[in-house]
Design a protein around this ligand. Structure first.
Ligand SMILES: C[S@@+](CC[C@H](N)C(=O)[O-])C[C@H]1O[C@@H](n2cnc3c(N)ncnc32)[C@H](O)[C@@H]1O
Length: 99
């Protein structure tokens, strides 16, 4: 981490353990070059409640909207996501999120 920050000429950094939407709302417009995130996959892990896939995808609209606001025009979002499985059917979530 330190090597990357020196190469990127960043003077300081800090970690914040807060809600992603709350955090992104504190960041100015077009301030971020790269966003890397691995949100919950809606598979019933301890930190999530498994819900209908359409509701799950819709639940990210406020966050994705904020991420687009803070992203530089030439920036990138890496949205790490897995598969949602329901009643034996596999839904590759990356296809649902791809614009
Ligand atoms: C799929 S896991 C990511 C795992 C991570 N990539 C790793 O390798 O450890 C989703 C993570 O998002 C966190 N999370 C869930 N809701 C969140 C929220 N509203 N804001 C920030 N993080 C959240 C969960 O606690 C969990 O650690």
């Amino acid at each position: 981490m330190q090597i990357f920050l020196e190469l990127a000429n960043l003077p300081e950094y800090k970690y914040e353990c807060i809600d992603a939407l709350e955090f992104s709302r504190k960041i100015p417009n077009e301030a971020v070059k790269l966003i890397i995130t691995s949100p919950p996959y809606n598979i019933g892990k301890s930190y999530e409640i498994k819900i209908d896939i359409q509701d799950y995808i819709k639940s990210f609209e406020p966050l994705i909207s904020e991420l687009m606001r803070i992203l530089k025009p030439d920036g990138s979002i890496c949205w790490q996501i897995g598969n949602f499985v329901d009643d034996g059917e596999v839904y590759p979530l990356d296809i649902y999120f791809y614009p």
